[in-house]
Design a protein around this ligand. Structure first.
Ligand code: ATP
Length: 390
C-alpha cells in the first residue's frame, strides 16, 4: 500500500476508534499496527469509513466490521455434534428449536450510513446480496427504521448464486434469502428464537423450516426430521435453545450432505487439506449408524457415484488441455452490481471468464466460469506422465 494511502487509512481508523467504546478495549497504537500488518483492512465503496478484521484479533472475531459508531462482530462458528443421543443432552438442558441448516452462504444485512448492505462472513460487502435483497426482503427498510441497532443474518441459497455450488433441493431457480438470526448490536447478542420468529413473521422475512420446541430427553422426533432431510437431500439442522439458560447452539448434518460435499470437492482434491475428506467420511458413517439408515448396496453406490461419476469427463477435459472450471449463473438488478462482483473476485484473486450476459425480464442474467489453475495443474501434471515420489 502507498505510504499516503496508509496515512489516510490510519486517520480514518482513528476516527472509528474514537467513536467506538468496544474498540477502545484495545490500545489505539496496537490497532494501527494491526492495520499496517494487514490484519485489519479498509472496506472500499461505503459512504462511511469502514474496516474489516481479516482474522480473530484480541477477542475481536474475524469478519467483524467497524465504522463510526458501528461495531458488528463476525458471525460465530457453531460447534458440530456427531451423535445426537450423547451430543444433544451434553449441550442442551432444556427445550430447543431445530432450524433447518440451509446450504448457501452467510450474509449479515445491516444499515450503515443510511444504506442497507450485505456483509459476507469475512466482512466484505457482498455485491450480489446487496443487489438482490429488495427482491426477497422488501420490508427490510421498515425493519431498520424500527430497529436500527439490529442485524439480520441470513443464508443466500439457490442454483443462481455466485459462490457455492450446493443448494437446497427445493429451490429450482434463482436464490432465496433465508433469515435465521437477528443480532442486536447494542448487546452483541442474538435475539432468543421466539422473539426473532415473531419479527420474521411481522416483516414477512422467509426463514428456514423451524421445528420445535423439542426436548433433549426425547430425540425420536428430531431423528425423524433428519431422516426426512436425508431422503430429501437437505443439509441438516442448527439446534437453538429457547433461552441461553438451556445451553448453546449446535449443528448436525445429514449423511447425504457429506456425500454431496465430496462430490463437489473431488475435482479439487489435490488442493484440499486431507482432513476435508476424512471429516466428511467420519460424519457420514456415524450419522448413518445412529439413524439406522443402512449400510447397503444403495448407500455404497451413492457414495461411489458422488465421488467418481463425473471424473472421466473431467479427466477427458484436462487431457484435451482444458482447465478445471466451475460454471455459475446469477441474475442481478443492476449492471454496476455485476461490475462490483467482478472487482470482488479480482480482490479475492479468483479467475473469472464471462460466458454469457443478457438482460431478460428486468434482470441482467450472467453466466461465468471460475477457472482453477492449481486444480488443473494437479491433474494435468499426472496426465502428462510426470513421475512423483509418494
Ligand atoms: P458449514 O457448517 O456449512 O460447513 P462453516 O464451517 O462455516 O460451514 P460454521 O462456522 O459453524 O460452519 O457456521 C455455520 C454456518 O451455517 C453459517 O455459515 C450459517 O450461515 C449457516 N447456517 C445455515 N442455516 C443456519 C441456521 N438455521 N442457523 C444458523 N446458521 C445457519
Amino acid at each position: 500500500m502507498l505510504e499516503k494511502e496508509l496515512v489516510r487509512q490510519k486517520e480514518l481508523l482513528e476516527e472509528v476508534y474514537r467513536s467506538s467504546p468496544r474498540l477502545q478495549k484495545v490500545a489505539l497504537k496496537d490497532l494501527l499496527e494491526a492495520l499496517e500488518q494487514g490484519k485489519i483492512l479498509y472496506i472500499e465503496g461505503l459512504s462511511l469509513p469502514a474496516f474489516r478484521f481479516k482474522r480473530d484479533w484480541r477477542g475481536i472475531p474475524a469478519g467483524t466490521v467497524v465504522a463510526p459508531g458501528f461495531y458488528m462482530p463476525g458471525f460465530p462458528h457453531i460447534p458440530r455434534v456427531f451423535v445426537l443421543r450423547t451430543g444433544v443432552p451434553r449441550y442442551l438442558r432444556g427445550p430447543f428449536y431445530a432450524e433447518e441448516k440451509i446450504e448457501g452462504y452467510n450474509v449479515r444485512l445491516a444499515r450503515l450510513g443510511g444504506e442497507i448492505k450485505a456483509f459476507t462472513r469475512r466482512g466484505f460487502v457482498c455485491p450480489f446480496a446487496t443487489d438482490r435483497w429488495p427482491d426477497f426482503l422488501p420490508r427490510l427498510p421498515d425493519f431498520f427504521d424500527k430497529f436500527p441497532q439490529y442485524v439480520v443474518c441470513c443464508e443466500v441459497a439457490g442454483p443462481e448464486n455466485p459462490f457455492v455450488s450446493e443448494w437446497p433441493p427445493y429451490i429450482k431457480e434463482d436464490v432465496g434469502f433465508f433469515c435465521f438470526d437477528i443480532l442486536d448490536l447494542a448487546s452483541e447478542r442474538f435475539l432468543p428464537p421466539e422473539e426473532k420468529y415473531a419479527l420474521f413473521e411481522e416483516f414477512g422475512f422467509q426463514s428456514p423450516e423451524i421445528n420445535g420446541p423439542l426436548s433433549p430427553k426425547k430425540l425420536e422426533p428430531l431423528k425423524e426430521i433428519l431422516r426426512r432431510y436425508e431422503a430429501e437431500g437437505r443439509e441438516g439442522v442448527v439446534l437453538k435453545p429457547v433461552s441461553p439458560r438451556f445451553g448453546r447452539v449446535i449443528k448436525y448434518v445429514t449423511a447425504i450432505s457429506n456425500v454431496s460435499d465430496l462430490k463437489v470437492a473431488f475435482p479439487y482434491i489435490g488442493e484440499l487439506d486431507p482432513s476435508y475428506v476424512v471429516h466428511r467420511l467420519v460424519r457420514m458413517v456415524i450419522t448413518r449408524w445412529e439413524l439406522e439408515e443402512g449400510f447397503d448396496e444403495d448407500f455404497y453406490r451413492q457414495v461411489g457415484e458422488a465421488l467418481f461419476a463425473e471424473m472421466p469427463a473431467l479427466l477427458d477435459r484436462i487431457s484435451r488441455g482444458l482447465p478445471v472450471e466451475e460454471v455459475f449463473r446469477v441474475r442481478l438488478r443492476r449492471e454496476e452490481s455485476f461490475e462490483a462482483l467482478l472487482s470482488h473476485f479480482r480482490l479475492a484473486q479468483v479467475r473469472i471468464e464471462i460466458r454469457q450476459k443478457e438482460w431478460r425480464s428486468g434482470y441482467l442474467h450472467v453466466e461465468f466460469a471460475k477457472i482453477y489453475p492449481k486444480a488443473t495443474s494437479f491433474w494435468a501434471s499426472k496426465l502428462q506422465g510426470l513421475a512423483q515420489i509418494d
